[in-house]
Ligand binder design. Structure first.
Ligand code: HEC
Ligand code: HEC
Ligand code: HEC
Ligand code: HEC
Ligand code: HEC
Ligand code: HEC
Ligand code: HEC
Ligand code: HEC
Ligand code: HEC
Length: 414
């Protein structure tokens, strides 16, 4: 009994001392005086701390000392790095392939190299401009974590805010002559709405178009590539279209010209054609010697026919449905018409009527089928109703006849 107690006390002492030695005096002392924005309070959310890297991993010093003055005297104590030294400070580990491989082989080690090619990197490292983004402007400090975690400053849904800290601040950015409506434009765009309101992580945040570390404006030549990473079909059609070469030769940005870059809105059917508010008339006129507007009108007319056929089919089908007819097959077919409609709008990026028309024709044929089938169902409904009416009338007359007959025979008896 006594032995057991002694052993258990011994074990507890061993555990306690193990915990104690893994505990950090840096953390203990700093948490005595720092508030919630202090390193010691935030660090529990930081991946470095979570993976066992202490304060001394970045700052140097000896975590067993219990006096800051002594900490500062330790060889290798780094203190607070100057802003322009931060990239090298973080890269002392992150660009060390051997070191990083031991910890997490899947992490790239090219952040500093890429950063050096970005507008931010060039301005900080070559021009000494400390107002541009460095590693901790985007990653925070003492709260650094993987982009997969919802609280991380680099989580897709937090990126617009992280970049917007500077890019949305007109005062901060005034000396650069860069647009500062980017965040507000982005927020109302189809992409901003999808990412921030609907939580669709497939929609692009700033870094999907600009890159993470190489943050630069995507130039004219890479633009279709940027949008094309997600909108592959539109980009492919564009690349086979007459606009590909014409835009390149005239330095016209590919998708941005018609859709803008940050305030991308839901496209409208009226954007194509030869009248306001068509986009085509911004560059083409009827006498410019090209088939530009002729094509625009032809595509617009085809699209219009499909839209009209679709809407007639939809109205007739819903009438048949209201009358309680079986419409499963027609509903299914209408979905295919909607698919054609989407495909026709996409194919418009070939800017070639012969490429658009076949998709639309298939849709129009199916829409007409839905309409005639639904109309037949409606006829059937009325036919059945008239039939029912006649039958009811016949039965009523029969009943009256019977009643009169019985009454007559009763009268005769009496
Ligand atoms: C006994 C308490 C104590 C211990 C232990 C301690 N610190 Fe400090 N530390 C302080 C105080 C106090 C300051 C000064 C705060 C101020 O000036 O506002 C400070 C400042 C700092 C600073 C700011 C730069 C500087 O040099 O002033 C850093 C970085 C820092 N400590 C890191 C560490 C690290 C890393 C450890 C462990 C290896 C550590 N501290 C251990 C109390 C402590
Ligand atoms: C991943 C590296 C890293 C780790 C780990 C880290 N720090 Fe820091 N720390 C920095 C950098 C970089 C700065 C400079 C921030 C700046 O310039 O604004 C800094 C700044 C500080 C400062 C100055 C005031 C402030 O909050 O910006 C203190 C104090 C500090 N660290 C203490 C600590 C303590 C205590 C720990 C452990 C609990 C710790 N740090 C862990 C990188 C780190
Ligand atoms: C002492 C070495 C060291 C220093 C200095 C350092 N890191 Fe790290 N960092 C690591 C290690 C190791 C990991 C990987 C942890 C793991 O996944 O096991 C990591 C992970 C990260 C991650 C998460 C990667 C992911 O997606 O999982 C980010 C972001 C990061 N560090 C940014 C920074 C920044 C910014 C600085 C400078 C303020 C910095 N690091 C300084 C060693 C370091
Ligand atoms: C302009 C903002 C910005 C700057 C500056 C920046 N990062 Fe990043 N970083 C990001 C974003 C955004 C991600 C997340 C990418 C993703 O979605 O996976 C990232 C990811 C990382 C990762 C995870 C691995 C990877 O490459 O995806 C590490 C490590 C990292 N950054 C370190 C650094 C270091 C070190 C610096 C400074 C040399 C730095 N970052 C500068 C925005 C930035
Ligand atoms: C700490 C503030 C800050 C943060 C955070 C920041 N930037 Fe910047 N950025 C700047 C400044 C300042 C410039 C202007 C540099 C110059 O032109 O000299 C700039 C320039 C740029 C440019 C080049 C613009 C041009 O036409 O030259 C792009 C693109 C850019 N930033 C994208 C981003 C993205 C994307 C993010 C987030 C992932 C981001 N920035 C985060 C401050 C910041
Ligand atoms: C869908 C892709 C896309 C998204 C998302 C995006 N951008 Fe852009 N951004 C562009 C394009 C394209 C340009 C124009 C480049 C050109 O004209 O060379 C641009 C230009 C810029 C410029 C330079 C503006 C100027 O006046 O010179 C900055 C800064 C910038 N973007 C920052 C951001 C920020 C911050 C976010 C997030 C809030 C963001 N971008 C989201 C595609 C995008
Ligand atoms: C990271 C992937 C991604 C990138 C890059 C991207 N988009 Fe998108 N885009 C989407 C997603 C996802 C949607 C659908 C949003 C929704 O749910 O409405 C969308 C929607 C759109 C729409 C609206 C479609 C509609 O029917 O309403 C247009 C137009 C558009 N994007 C154009 C562009 C342009 C132009 C670029 C390049 C400057 C671009 N996109 C870059 C993913 C992307
Ligand atoms: C930003 C300017 C611009 C816009 C907007 C534009 N185009 Fe063009 N388009 C051009 C240029 C430049 C050419 C090459 C003209 C040439 O070959 O002389 C061209 C060529 C064409 C051609 C080939 C002409 C031929 O004769 O071979 C067609 C078809 C065309 N565009 C259709 C359209 C349609 C449809 C729209 C609207 C959806 C449109 N374009 C919007 C600039 C534009
Ligand atoms: C010459 C102008 C023009 C150019 C260049 C252009 N588009 Fe469009 N785009 C349109 C028009 C017009 C519509 C509207 C279709 C409709 O709703 O009837 C549209 C519709 C869209 C849609 C929604 C329909 C669909 O396809 O799902 C997306 C997404 C889109 N464009 C992406 C792109 C991308 C990506 C690029 C670059 C590769 C690009 N666009 C280049 C004119 C253009």
């Amino acid at each position: 009994m006594k032995n057991k107690i002694i052993i258990s006390i011994l074990i507890q002492i061993i555990i306690a001392s193990a915990v104690y030695s893994s505990e950090s005096n840096c953390l203990n002392c700093h948490s005595d005086f720092e508030d919630e924005n202090g390193a010691s309070q935030m660090i529990t959310k930081d991946i470095h701390w979570q993976k066992g890297l202490g304060c001394e991993g970045c700052h140097g010093g000896d975590p067993e000392l219990d006096d800051m003055d002594e900490v500062r005297e330790v060889k290798g104590y780094q203190g607070i790095p100057d802003t322009k030294d931060i990239p090298a400070f973080c890269a002392s580990c992150h660009a060390d392939a051997t070191y990083m491989h031991e910890h997490n082989p899947s992490l790239p080690t090219d952040q500093l190299d890429k950063y050096k090619t970005s507008v931010h990197g060039i301005q900080l490292l070559k021009e000494g401009d400390t107002k541009v983004a460095n590693c901790i402007s985007c990653h925070t400090v003492h709260q650094i974590n993987s982009a997969e975690l919802p609280h991380s400053s680099t989580h897709p849904q937090n990126i617009p805010g992280t970049c917007g800290k500077c890019h949305d601040d007109a005062d901060y950015m005034k000396e650069y002559g860069i647009d500062t409506n980017i965040l507000s434009d982005y927020t109302v765009s189809v992409h901003g709405y999808a990412l921030l309101e609907k939580g669709d992580l497939g929609a692009p945040a700033c870094n999907d178009c600009h890159g993470n570390h190489g943050a630069a404006p995507p130039g004219v030549s890479s633009l279709a590539a940027v949008c094309g990473t997600c909108h592959a079909i539109e980009a492919e059609l564009f690349n086979d279209s007459p606009h590909k070469q014409a835009f390149e030769e005239n330095d016209i940005p590919m998708c941005e010209t018609c859709h803008s870059n940050h305030k991308i809105l839901h496209p409208k059917d009226e954007w194509i054609g030869s009248k306001e508010p068509s986009l085509c008339i911004e560059c083409h006129s009827l006498d410019d010697g090209t088939i530009g507007l002729e094509t625009a009108d032809a595509i617009a007319a085809t699209l219009e026919k499909l839209i009209h056929a679709h809407s007639e089919a939809e109205t007739t089908l819903s009438e048949a449905k209201e009358k309680g007819m079986m419409t499963t097959e027609e509903e299914f077919l209408l979905k295919e018409v909607e698919q054609s409609l989407i495909q026709t709008r996409t194919r418009l990026h070939s800017f070639n009527k012969d490429s658009v028309e076949p998709k639309a024709v298939v849709g129009i044929e199916k829409a007409n089928l839905v309409r005639t089938n639904s109309a037949a169902l409606i006829d059937e409904f009325y036919f059945r109703r008239i039939g029912l009416g006649i039958a009811t009338l016949f039965i009523t007359l029969l009943c009256i006849g019977l009643y009169l007959k019985i009454r007559n025979s009763e009268k005769e008896k009496s």
